[in-house]
Ligand binder design. Sequence first.
Ligand code: 0GY
Length: 306
Amino acid sequence: MSALFTTSPGWLDWYRNPSTPRFTLPQGTVDAHCHVFGPGAEFPFAPERKYTPGDAGKDQLFALRDHLGVSRNVIVQATCHGADNSAMVDAVRASGGRARGVATVRPDVTDSELRRLDEAGVRGVRFNFLKRLVSAAPQDHLAAIAKRIAPLGWHVVIYFEGADLEDLEGFFGSLPTPLVVDHLGRPDVTKPADGPEFSRFLRFVDRNDVWVKVSCPERLSVSGPAALDGEQKAYIDAVPFGRRAVEEFPDRVLWGTDWPHPNLTDHMPDDGLLVDYIPQVAVTTEQQHKLLVANPMRLYWPGEDA
Ligand code: 0GY
């Protein structure tokens, strides 16, 4: 709850006291997908938003970063802020070089605004195809944006439901920038990871050199965070999907917490547990280093040491 805004009915707030992960993240780990919400009193939520979150500001994000042992963040503009990137940019600027941003822009964005975002640390834009989050933007508008940002060396982050890939694939393939897919392309984890749908997704990844976020098991999972056999095997039904992506594309996978986890309705994940999930999908030390450090550094901090 913020002073100015009332959260959407049933809104679950982020986990206040996350556990200390048992899995030690490698030095230089990047949380390549997280958000900031407000605070609403300082950075008002957008009139066109489809949900109103509780405040989750940069100080809280940076505290989580330090608690988990993360070194850097990629802060993705959340739909509740529309195309007003102020909260995200403020957080990126405040990070002292330890964060990059992914923005939302409209086709009429000016060149000077794009330069300002670039200078602040923005490295991409996000195209969102989830109807519950945004009103659909015409593809020619999105294509125009992609053309504008390509010369900056930015990429396009795409967020869609797995079942919609068939319709969107041609459009994605026509974009002139690198592509980064959110949350494993949101597969239906009740279907087999070696079945036709996820295999189609991986062929799309292969054909277009797409980067894949191996993130959000808590959003994809049906089995949930339960501990099995006294050993924590959280979100076990999402594991085969994440593992297949890591094994087939070890050099183009990224990981992120998705803090503060908007729009979850059945439970709010313990972010410490989300870190402990990582070795289930990235099994070897080499896979873990690529997923957590080498790959996101190449995409967001090229040429810098972790
Ligand atoms: C995520 C997922 C969601 C929301 C947003 O920008 C957003 O509002 O990304 C969602 O509700 O699935 O990546 O945080």
